[in-house]
Design a protein around this ligand. Structure first.
Ligand code: LMR
Length: 394
């Protein structure tokens, strides 16, 4: 058996991490994997996380199992952070999952469990793991147009046209905010139009929200999620705490399923628990408990929000600086989209050859589709990147 395995191509983003690590140049710049870094290049443990962990060590008396859906207090806190009052909360089932990726996996599993013929629709382009998970699970998959390479904005007409092809019971994966890999996001009006288009087909939205608080703010970034929750009879949400709480390796996330009515919620909740049991039994608890402590404690929460705002503001400042450096150096406004985009990522529009040249000649690492992680920059490296972009002729 073990010698007959099919080798899989390495994950492109994770491979880039290794290549960067192995590069001996001291002035190299890592704009690859989507991990927040401060101006010193460090991914810090957030202050509120440290405080909550200290408190947990002192007060936790057992590590016995909780529930298959995870700590109920965490599930409630996540539900409220994501949805506020946008929907009748008696319709909302929640299960903790190992990170946002675990929640995506469980959501696609849920679709397959409900209807083997249902299709998962993903944006073109999307986070590569969406594609590989759906492929691995053997579910039918289709892409809808999302990004317009010419305008660096959402190809909204193409998106709506494609989504009209979804059928009842299909799952339409949408990035809740801070689209990965493009950084191009929908406007409020466009979210409205998506709600209408999906309602017309009977397809079910599945929001992947991995960067809440990294774009325009915690509530602003949940706008589309809450709008759809208020309109759609059924909906799934995969939420990640990796980025906004900085608890990457703790694997903290949740799958939320909005049932059509309160009466069907118990069936949905027990199915989420059943699917957890089949895949990993109980979800990880440490990160979830930390997140719950922060969300439920007014002081910790205020401190977390303040630090998250600093992180967000820092990324916006870097976007502005990069756009302005490029405006100056290119004598044009063609890179202004970088200031318009939100979240960690922007796709800057380099060819694969230019991406290679940036890596080999300038020691600047970005994903092959020319996605840059803005949080990998600081005010000193922004001009270096801007000059390199001009030098390779983008
Ligand atoms: C990314 O897109 O870089 C992040 O979500 C990290 C990952 O696991 O790929």
């Amino acid at each position: 058996m073990l010698t007959d395995l099919t080798p899989q191509p390495p994950d492109k983003i994770l491979r880039l991490m290794e290549m960067f690590r192995d590069d001996p140049r001291t002035d190299k710049i890592d704009l690859g994997v989507g991990v927040y870094r401060n101006s010193e290049g460090v991914t810090p443990v957030m202050r509120a996380v440290k405080s909550a962990e200290r408190r947990l060590v002192e007060t936790q008396e057992t590590k016995a199992y909780t529930s298959l859906s995870g700590d109920p207090a965490f599930c409630r806190a996540m539900r409220d952070l994501l949805l506020k009052e946008s929907v009748d909360l008696d319709r909302v089932a929640v299960a903790a999952a190992p990170g946002g990726t675990g929640a995506i996996r469980q959501g696609i599993e849920l679709m397959r469990y409900a209807d083997r013929a249902a299709t998962a629709w993903v944006s073109s382009p999307t986070w590569p793991n969406h594609l590989t998970i759906a492929k691995y699970l053997g579910v039918p998959m289709r892409e809808y147009r999302y990004f317009d390479n010419a305008t660096r904005d959402v190809d909204f007409a193409g998106m709506i046209e494609d989504l009209k092809g979804a059928r009842s019971g299909d799952l339409v994966l949408l990035h809740g905010c801070c689209h990965n890999p493009t950084g191009a996001n929908m406007t409020a009006d466009q979210w409205e139009a998506v709600a209408e288009a999906l309602a017309g087909t009977g397809a079910i939205p599945f929001i992947d929200i991995a960067y809440q608080g990294f774009g325009d703010g915690l509530d602003e970034d949940a706008f589309g999620t809450r709008l759809l929750a208020s309109r759609m009879p059924e909906m799934l949400i995969a939420a990640s705490c990796s980025k906004n709480f900085g608890v990457y390796r703790e694997r903290t996330g949740a799958l939320v399923a909005i049932a059509p009515d309160a009466g069907s919620k118990p069936l949905v909740q027990s199915t989420l628990a059943y699917l957890n049991r089949q895949n990993f039994s109980f979800p990880p608890d440490h990160g979830a408990r930390i997140v719950q402590m922060i969300l439920d404690d007014p002081d910790l929460r205020a401190d977390w929000q303040a630090e998250l705002e600093d992180v967000r503001g820092g990324m916006l400042g870097l976007r502005e600086q990069l756009a302005s450096e490029l405006r100056m150096r290119s004598n044009s406004e063609r890179f202004d989209f970088i200031a318009r985009h939100r979240g960690m990522f922007s796709r800057i529009g380099a060819t694969p050859e230019q991406v290679l040249e940036l890596r080999e000649r300038h020691g600047i690492y970005m994903v092959g589709d020319s996605r840059i992680n803005v949080a990998g920059l600081n005010s000193d490296t922004v001009p270096v990147l801007a000059q390199a972009i001009i030098d390779v002729g983008i």
